[in-house]
Design a protein around this ligand. Sequence first.
Ligand code: PMP
Length: 415
Amino acid sequence: MERKDMNINSKPEDVVFHPAKRISSIGVSEILKIGAKAQALKREGRPVIILGAGEPDFDTPDHIKEAAWKAMQAGQTKYTALDGTPELKAAIRDKFSRENGVDYALDEITVATGAKQILFNAMMATLDPGDEVIIPTPYWTSYSDIVQIAEATPVLIACNAEAGFRLQAAQLEAAIAPKTRWVILNSPSNPSGAGYRAEDYRPLLDVLMKHPHVWLLVDDMYEHIVYDGFEFVTPAALEPRLKNRILTVNGVSKAYAMTGWRIGYAGGPRELIKAMAVVQSQATSCPSSISQAASVAALNGPQDFLVERKASFQRRRDLVVAGLNAIEGLDCRVPEGAFYTFSGCAGVLGKSTPSGKRLETDTDFCAYLLEDANVAVVPGSAFGLSPFFRISYASAESELKEALTRIADACAKLV
Ligand code: PMP
């Protein structure tokens, strides 16, 4: 069949855009869509409270900004080594050893433009069509989308609230197939806030020990945001025998309030790290020189402010969890970390709004909250598990209180 856009006589209006198959099944993220709608309503003058964003509301600490300024003044404004400056790799090596008890050599460390690019590099460097990646749900939406861009197949496994939103060993065992290349685990989790303790990881690592063709990607992004004395652990430290097929992913975005600086990093087996650098070399050449200098200061500098920030997040977590659980029809598990609640909303489904619309799904419920209560939250469907909704509580306490009042009022109006 002749393609219209190949006809040399075609007029501009005849041109048809053909997206590549590898992106055709991927929509614009639900989170971004809700955010855009909420922003549009705000511009119209509606008093919308947006609890959708996945970033800390703190500013980057001054000593980190100063390091960036000094780097610019010293002329560090050129391309750097492909997958990280020696200074930053050394700071990451020291961080892994000091905080996680895992020793990585410098050539087992890679730096990219955000942890998102680390994931992208890893998947593009290892997956072929037909390969499978096991992803427990609820999951951070990028995992499955990146796997699909790499033309492989996400295998989603539902982890319900009763299991603490954690993958169970029997589920993992049942999901592993000859084509499985990776399992992706994220603790504490976006969106559920669930954390894996050593005893939660142990049975999963035992399963992986039996399947040498399966690699483990752990996303430790929220490592520093944990509550109630939760003891963060990372699998490469727990099971050194698996270290040669674990990619330990982390970044400065959440811990140091540096989302806009775009620096993520990982430690892993040398061959994998090398293959990831091949992908990066044709994507970005290197991460930002200035952001890398700032990240050295973040990792090597004072860490005491993390305790204060964690305490502030914990106060807000307690406020939101208590507020949600006081509302009939909602059911919120207490998260171990991150800055999200993932609350069940089964109890409000089947009810009708004052305008007569029956709420069938969590997406309907979130649309109702935005329309009626002017509160923007994200439905569980966006994270692969329903019926739930995610609140990001990285907002001012006064705003959270107001949002909870509005959600309570909106739920009370359902019949
Ligand atoms: N992992 C998780 C679980 C996240 O929530 C995020 C950010 N939303 C990232 C990785 C990516 O972070 P960044 O690209 O900013 O380093």
